[in-house]
Design a protein around this ligand. Sequence first.
Ligand SMILES: NC(=O)C1=CN([C@@H]2O[C@H](COP(=O)(O)OP(=O)(O)OC[C@H]3O[C@@H](n4cnc5c(N)ncnc54)[C@H](OP(=O)(O)O)[C@@H]3O)[C@@H](O)[C@H]2O)C=CC1
Ligand SMILES: N[C@@H](CC=O)C(=O)O
Length: 414
Amino acid sequence: MSKNVAVIGYGVVGSGTVELFMKNREAINKKIGRDCDIKYILDLRDFPESPFADMIIHDFDTILNDDEIEVVAEVVGGTTFAYEYTKKLLAKGKSVVTSNKALVAAYGAELLQLAQDNGCSYLFEASVGGGIPIIRPLNKCLAGNEIQQISGILNGTTNFILTKMIKDQMSFEDALKLAQQLGYAEADPTADVEGEDACRKICILGSLVYGKHIYPEMVHKSGITRITLDDVEYADNAGYVIKLIASVKRLEDNSLSAIVCPRLVPKSNMLASVDDVYNAVSVTGDGVGDVLFYGQGAGKLPTASAVVGDIIDCLRHNGRSLGIHWEESKKDEKFVVRYKDINCSMYVRLKGDDVQALKPSISEMFGKLMYIERANRPDDELAFITPNMVESDIDANLAILSHSAEIASKIRMF
Ligand SMILES: NC(=O)C1=CN([C@@H]2O[C@H](COP(=O)(O)OP(=O)(O)OC[C@H]3O[C@@H](n4cnc5c(N)ncnc54)[C@H](OP(=O)(O)O)[C@@H]3O)[C@@H](O)[C@H]2O)C=CC1
Ligand SMILES: N[C@@H](CC=O)C(=O)O
């Protein structure tokens, strides 16, 4: 029996990882082909109530200097300790598996290179889509395709909040509180609700398929905090639901468009019925066509499922680097195009005393547009969907309208 696994961070994901591994250990060992076990759990605190309390340690060097440890699950989060620990472990030839998308999005190219140089692996299946297998399928099963685009719902917390707002008329604040209690949200939930978490995830997927590090700073993001129940009602009446969508697309000149923002998704689209903590990722390849991946995007055991899968893969291939790689890039490189230069169509809601009188000017500006309604619409409100235009042109028109009315909402169409 080798006690060759360590877990760093005994929070939501870390405790799930230990629980799942220990529960299925016998079957897991058959899959690995030898007897393996968890030796250490590193955390700041003690967990006297835990059945695994005797494995808790507080000194990172115990793991680093133990030659029996082959694989470490970094499920501590953040880019400070996690970065230092991961570098030291990989430099010693110990494989690291992680759910930490902040770290992969910030330092993925460097850490993958370090793993390759030291004959070990850096795996991060749990970093995107929680329990959904997406990294391995893109890196292996779909490797024969040129991936043309990836888009989807990549944040469980915001999808949970939007579902509660849409289906139960729950307030944003109450839905967020519930998502935090369920262990879905980040330590600082601003990352979820402002689109940063989904941005990190689309950067990881984009880097993987385009072979070059896409930094979150290169990608425009907006979150769900400005969405109101009025917008939800307009969308519903017009046949749409509002979802936070992350996407990356290869353009004809090989540059990329990438963006994270709420969108009005037609109810007929499969993404429209992805609810609660579920995520879905749609991938389009030049051979396979469209493929959809669906499952729980956050939470203790779904995320642990992906972490444990990576641990098993590393233990099966100890001493080998499992071949994920993308090139480093510079943060000021311009291969992701300016989002304002991309064509889109926009839902707009205006507020103002004389807003109805603006209709002729609005029609003149936008040409063919669609006004939408909701029950008991107040007289000082007007909502419409613009035709497909370059976004900066839509903004220029809205800037003119803003002299006469407030631009209460502006949400891209899917
Ligand atoms: N929750 C989820 O559904 C998902 C989370 N993730 C990612 O997984 C990672 C972990 O998330 P989650 O489990 O929710 O976070 P938690 O905050 O629940 O767990 C982190 C644990 O690490 C401990 N810790 C903090 N600093 C150190 C340190 N220096 N050394 C050892 N332990 C430390 C924390 O202790 P203390 O509480 O005392 O600070 C806490 O027990 C994050 O990167 C997150 O983004 C990915 C997918 C899903
Ligand atoms: N906070 C994240 C956790 C999983 O990545 C989310 O809600 O999706």
